[in-house]
Design a protein around this ligand. Structure first.
Ligand code: CAA
Length: 690
């Protein structure tokens, strides 16, 4: 008998309890345990009905995703669900927590369902690039109808217990703490099994059902898993249950084998691994009440608003009365937008203290500096913060590219200084990189981590080097794109290729949107600018063409700021630069553009790993997905490198380097792993053992 599942006898009731923390995932041992307990309960003449429940925080939250791709072990989850449904004694599922995926499928195979009032129920498989594969596509429409079943499966979003009861997914709601008693009472009331497979009443209006299916099918560009969900739900309506199950199994196998499911599953685990900072084990967290923000430009306002919305008191420092007025209107605009979109609670602004007095920061637990990228100004601020902030307050900089070490020194309390880099726009992007200098106080790192989690964002740890992980990756990506321009590509071609790769925007559209003058200022401040860098963006800026804001950049923009065609003046400047700096021409295709930019990201990622800037390849993937809109279904550049093979990637980079040695050089770690036929995932596992 499994240690993870037990059978208790309570009079005529057989109680099967799953205990597999943290989320009672339905791995092989749990499935075997449930099957064994079920057999025992069936064979026990003293047991009249069976209650299926779980200890801990939730009824199973799904199949064990980490087992996908391993050799299958009996009983499979679909077979277990069939076993439960076939049980000759009534089976009642007692649900609490997050009843998701295979967990909900198991519950639907039971004959009756009771859920604690706070339970969430859902079928999130589509978010992993798969479909419910344990009878969910066949049983859900039988319980709640075609339309609701499609809504649940195609969105992947959970529903509340109260809605689940209204829709017929569960039979009863139970108040907190009486779940098993209520489920036992229901068990005492029912005489016989009621099998979901036999339910057909939801299909009475066949024409309406078919119309719901046709409506969903008409939407173009659906990913594979969504298309298969629609097919299988249609099968639930049109063919016998067993045939529907067979179709579901085939579709599940096809989706599971798809690259997009591999990418989405990688993202799921990488996101969770990335948030595990070593400091969390040692750092007792600070209590966080007040957050300070210095500088309320676009980033500072966004950060202040996010903190207010999460319930913190926020003190914002701006310069002069005009600065305060501008900041207030920016923050108020963000607030109104958030409230109108239903994303923000009312009243958040009451906890805002907007002032010119730095001393107001003396009670703040974390202070985030967000002024413009000027080292001297920032140094000045950190020197002041070092004196006025309370002991152990975290002093953080949102700098894009400057050296946090210099700011730490200026503060005279370097152990309290971190980089806290929010991705822009703060309202939309989920990434916050925490740059941790050597010798940083673990309590401070833990506090920053807590803040980011409380804001509902994903923290990723980086060494405190200029640019952290994200902006170093971005620099490599943009440099590779610029190189293509010199070798014959046009900005619009590069943008179109990267959009079809799945990026929300191409690199030149993005630079026009953020303003070309930002990079211009940075390059002007550099001591050793890259002699190979494209001059075009600087030339555009020298001519007053800063992108969308000024009406011209890589593209031209109309008075409403709508992007139009490529800027002809920019094309002339580009041709001039090409003539000045002849490089071997390329036969530019979308695939070539995508490969150059992807391989530049992989190469930069390998360099960051070797330097210890990123601890895990998965962290780099999370940064790219959450900070830069890298398509989640691709998993991230490091995952894609593994999927293509590092040998193939390094061979291609070697070929690029042959033609353009001034730009391309294979990262030593990438070359070594490729030679050893290793993958980044194996490197990560080996490093974790050290
Ligand atoms: N399989 C394996 N591990 C899982 C898991 C699953 N289904 N769900 C969660 N975990 C693990 C996480 O990886 C994490 O592990 P570590 O602590 O080692 O990092 C741990 O459980 C806790 O998870 P979270 O950190 O995410 O905890 P949370 O409280 O923030 O969220 C949750 C809990 C809502 C259940 C969330 O984990 C979640 O959404 N899980 C995935 C649910 C899911 O997709 N289920 C469907 C699975 S596919 C399926 O069931 C297919 C089928 O039809 C047969």
């Amino acid at each position: 008998m499994s240690d993870l599942v037990r059978l208790e006898r309570h009079g005529a009731l057989g109680l099967i309890v799953i205990r597999n923390p943290p989320v009672n995932a339905l791995g092989a041992e749990v499935r075997q345990g449930i099957a064994a307990c079920l057999s025992e309960a069936e064979a026990d003449a003293g047991i009249r009905a069976v209650l299926l429940a779980a200890d801990g925080r939730t009824f199973p939250a799904g199949a064990d995703i980490s087992e996908f791709g391993d050799a299958p072990q009996e009983p499979s989850l679909p077979d277990l669900c069939d076993r439960v449904e076939a049980c000759p004694k009534p089976v009642i599922a007692a649900l609490h927590g997050t009843v998701l995926g295979g967990g909900l499928e198991l519950a639907m195979a039971a004959h009756y369902r009771v859920a604690e009032e706070t339970t969430l129920l859902g079928l999130p498989e589509v978010k992993l690039g798969i479909l419910p594969g344990a009878g969910g596509t066949q049983r859900t429409p039988r319980l709640v109808g075609i339309k609701v079943a499609l809504d649940m499966m195609l969105s992947g979003l959970p529903i509340k217990a109260v809605d689940a009861e209204r829709l017929g997914l569960i039979d009863e709601i139970s108040p907190l703490r009486t779940l098993r008693l209520d489920a036992a009472a229901l068990a005492a009331d029912v005489d016989a099994p009621r099998r979901t497979r036999d339910a057909r009443s939801q299909f009475d209006d066949g024409a309406a059902c078919m119309a719901d299916i046709a409506k969903r099918r008409a939407l173009p560009n659906r990913p594979l898993a969504s298309r298969k969900i629609i097919d299988c739900v249609e099968a639930a309506l049109l063919v016998p249950f067993e045939i529907g199950l067979d179709m579901e199994r085939e579709a599940f196998a096809e989706c599971l084998a798809s690259p997009s499911s591999a990418g989405l599953r990688h993202a799921f685990f990488a996101e969770r691994a990335a948030t595990k900072f070593p400091e969390l084990a040692s750092g007792v967290p600070h209590q966080l009440d007040t957050i300070g923000v210095v500088g309320a430009g676009v980033m500072g306002s966004g950060i202040a608003m996010a903190c207010l919305d999460a319930g913190f008191a926020v003190t914002v420092i701006e310069q002069g009365e005009a600065g305060v007025t501008d900041a207030l209107s920016r923050i108020a605009a963000l607030y109104e937008k958030g409230v109108a979109a239903g994303k923000m609670g009312e009243g958040a602004l009451t906890d805002l203290n907007l002032t010119t007095q730095m001393e107001a920061l003396s009670t703040a637990d974390i202070i985030i500096e967000c002024v413009s990228e000027d080292l001297e100004t920032k140094r000045d601020i950190f020197a002041k913060l070092g004196k006025l902030a309370k002991p152990e307050a975290v002093l953080a900089s949102n700098t894009s590219y400057l050296d946090v070490g210099a700011l730490a020194q200026a503060s005279n309390r370097p152990q309290d200084v971190l980089a806290l880099r929010f991705s822009a726009p703060v309202q939309r992007m989920g990434l916050v990189e925490i740059g941790v200098p050597e010798g940083a106080n673990p309590r401070g790192v833990t506090a920053a981590h807590n803040l980011v989690k409380t804001l509902g964002k994903t923290p990723v740890r980086s060494a405190a080097v200029p640019g952290l992980i994200g902006n170093q990756m971005l620099s490599a990506y943009r440099a590779a794109a610029d190189r293509l321009l010199l070798r014959g590509a046009q900005p619009a071609q590069v943008d179109a290729a990267m959009r079809s790769f799945g990026m929300p925007m191409g690199p030149y559209e993005a630079q026009d949107d953020e303003g070309l003058d930002i990079g211009w200022a940075r390059r002007k401040a550099m001591k050793n600018p890259d002699p190979e860098a494209l001059l075009l963006p600087d030339i555009l800026c020298e001519n007053g063409q800063f992108g969308r804001r000024s009406g011209k950049g890589y593209y031209i923009y109309n008075d409403e700021g709508k992007r139009g065609a490529a800027n002809p003046e920019m094309l002339t400047m580009l041709m001039g630069e090409r003539r000045m700096r002849p490089l071997p021409k390329l036969e530019v295709t979308p695939e070539l553009i995508q490969n150059h930019l992807l391989y530049a990201l992989i190469n930069a990622g390998a360099t960051l790993l070797e330097a210890g800037t990123a601890a895990r390849p998965g962290d780099i993937d999370v940064v790219m997905v959450h900070g830069f809109g890298y398509p989640r279904h691709r998993g991230g550049p490091m995952h894609e490198a593994d999927a293509r093979s590092l040998f193939e990637v390094s061979r291609s980079i070697a070929a690029f380097a042959k033609e353009d040695p001034a730009h391309w050089r294979c990262a030593p770690l990438l070359a070594r792993l490729a030679a050893e036929r290793m993958r980044f995932a194996q490197y990560q596992a080996a490093e974790a053992q050290k």
